[in-house]
Design a protein. Structure first.
Length: 204
């Protein structure tokens, strides 16, 4: 289970306002890539969070409410499918992360980022932690916020594009999603630079 080891190992000055940051949505064929940044309040009981991918949707929703209740600050941002196609998924992920940092109400003194590639241009020092959502409570909290809010965005898109059933698969390349693309063609929320979307574009 994640804990505060990485937060507590930082230099004293950096520990003043540590944030965790994570992204979700790098792999889907449709929808935005999203990032969340969370500053937990260490004076309150920490939520029993885990890597968002290891939790059910119901458990994530319950933990999301707990995180919102015990966080000093939360910010969430995204980069659209069109932006992903324009600048590539890596750069779009970094863009979503920078947008999340820019939108947070409290300026972090240090950011713990899931993965091995923190975005350039952050306003403070950052540490990348591979599989950070399994080790750092701050990152694990951010992973849950990012996943819950992106899933809600995809559920909203499903209202306007019911033929793709985005609420069932969140834009990932499931058999049902691929069959819907074959039948209906892509919509403006599909990432046309992703395979097999490049082939789908030529078919319609």
């Amino acid at each position: 289970m994640p804990d505060f080891r990485y937060e507590d190992d930082l230099p004293r000055a950096a520990r003043a306002l540590v944030a965790g940051m994570d992204e979700v949505g790098r792999g889907p064929l449709a929808g935005p890539v999203c990032a969340a940044i969370v500053v937990l309040d260490r004076r309150k009981p920490a939520p029993a969070v885990d890597d968002s991918k290891a939790l059910s949707a119901k458990a994530r929703e319950e933990l999301f409410a707990e995180i919102c209740a015990c966080a000093k600050a939360i910010s969430f941002a995204s980069a659209s499918a069109r932006e992903i196609d324009m600048i590539n998924i890596r750069q779009a992920t970094h863009l979503a992360m920078r947008r999340a940092v820019a939108g947070i109400a409290l300026a972090p003194t240090h950011i713990l980022v899931d993965g091995n590639d923190p975005p350039p241009g952050l306003p403070c020092a950052a540490t990348a932690i591979i599989k950070g959502d399994a080790h750092s409570l701050s990152i694990a909290a951010a992973s849950i916020v990012a996943k819950v809010l992106r899933d809600r965005m995809m559920t909203r898109l499903a209202v306007f594009h019911p033929e793709y059933e985005f609420d069932r698969h969140a834009g990932y390349a499931t058999a049902r999603h691929l069959a819907a693309i074959e039948t209906h063609g892509p919509c403006r929320h599909h990432r046309m630079t992703f395979s097999p979307m490049r082939q789908a574009a030529f078919a319609f």
